[in-house]
Write a protein that binds this ligand. Structure first.
Ligand code: ZN
Length: 204
């Protein structure tokens, strides 16, 4: 499986990192080795002193496709999930300044948290208005709604599939809202879609 991530998909997060608003979605990939194994803690890698959490809605692809039109995109996924795109912000900033790819800062082992629980999309009244949250040590740190995405789920699928064939089991990280911040050893991070807890992980 592959993990495709969308960057800069919420205006409030673009503003907090002082990034430019993109004309097209920003895409990057994480390797399958980035997936944090079930029930395992997240270990802060030794090469970073500033690892940030980014909570994001996830989409899991259930049918192979390429050049998928937006109007058919809904046929390629059944479930919505939640995860964290862990980012070594210090390293990413260095790479960005040099115009280099972000992989080392975004694709390291454990950097992709994929919550165990997935919610059938039929559960939602409107996929373009799903609320989600991240708590750190029981305190709310990020809160988002899919209505605030610059590119909505079906538009993301249309865009990505122009470049990459989507395969069964691929996971799309749809971007993070504002409120990203650093993690420290012993932090507990819990993610929620509406009132349901989707994951809870320990930082080591
Ligand atoms: Zn992200």
């Amino acid at each position: 499986m592959k993990i495709i991530c969308i960057g800069r998909n919420y205006t409030d997060h673009i503003a907090e990192l002082q990034n430019e608003r993109p004309d097209e979605p920003v895409i990057f990939l994480k390797p399958d080795s980035a997936v944090l194994l079930k029930k395992q803690p997240f270990f802060i890698p030794e090469f970073s002193n500033d690892v940030h959490y980014e909570v994001e809605l996830l989409v899991r692809i259930n049918k192979i496709g390429k050049h998928i039109q937006k109007k058919f995109a809904h046929k390629y996924y059944d479930e919505i999930g939640l995860g964290i795109d862990f980012t070594a912000r210090d390293l990413q900033t260095k790479l960005k300044d040099k115009g280099l790819p972000w992989e080392k800062a975004k694709g390291f082992d454990g950097s992709a948290v994929i919550g165990e629980k997935w919610i059938e999309k039929s559960h939602f009244k409107d996929l373009n208005d799903i609320g989600f949250e991240l708590e750190k040590n029981g305190k709310l740190v990020q809160q988002g709604r899919s209505s605030h995405m610059l590119w909505k789920i079906d538009e993301i699928i249309e865009y990505i599939s122009q470049y990459f064939t989507l395969k069964i089991g691929d996971v799309i990280f749809t971007g993070t809202p504002a409120g990203v911040g650093p993690v420290a050893i012993n932090d507990q991070l819990s993610g929620f879609i509406e009132d349901q807890q989707i994951f809870s992980i320990q930082v080591k």
